[in-house]
Write a protein that binds this ligand. Structure first.
Ligand SMILES: [Zn+2]
Length: 132
């Protein structure tokens, strides 16, 4: 799941790079200048698109935030013995174990990652077991 999501986020970032190249080719402006213009600091003509929830800086910030969430929610596997019972846990290292999980069951991918993956449910690499 982590690899799947990181690949989708890499694709989204690559879309920004492709848009930069297209804009540079269409306008005749060098790619670096287009990048500088598109990513200019707030207060330099960027505020209106930011308020509308559009604009490349917010787009890239959204990708980075999602990438950090994916990197935070990593799988773990623990085997413990308690009161003579062997417990075999597989789950998210960040999220608490949900109620009702039995020995040997898994809570991976966690609900957080499943929610992040929802927009990609129609992707050919999406695993139906990740559905909520
Ligand atoms: Zn998690």
């Amino acid at each position: 799941m982590s690899e799947f999501m990181l690949a989708r986020l890499d694709e989204a970032e690559a879309e920004f790079e492709r848009a930069l190249v297209v804009e540079a080719e269409c306008s005749g402006v060098p790619v670096d200048e287009v990048r500088e213009y598109w990513l200019r600091p707030k207060g330099q003509g960027r505020d209106e698109v930011e308020r509308a929830g559009t604009g490349w800086p917010r787009y890239l910030a959204d990708i980075e935030a999602k990438r950090r969430i994916v990197e935070l929610h990593t799988p773990f596997h623990v085997t413990t013995e308690n009161d003579g019972l062997n417990w075999d846990y597989q789950g998210c290292g960040e999220c608490s174990m949900p109620d009702g999980v039995e020995e040997g069951e898994t809570w991976w991918p966690c609900e957080t990652l499943r929610l992040l993956a929802l927009p990609y449910a129609d992707h050919p690499d999406f695993d139906e077991r990740w559905s909520l």
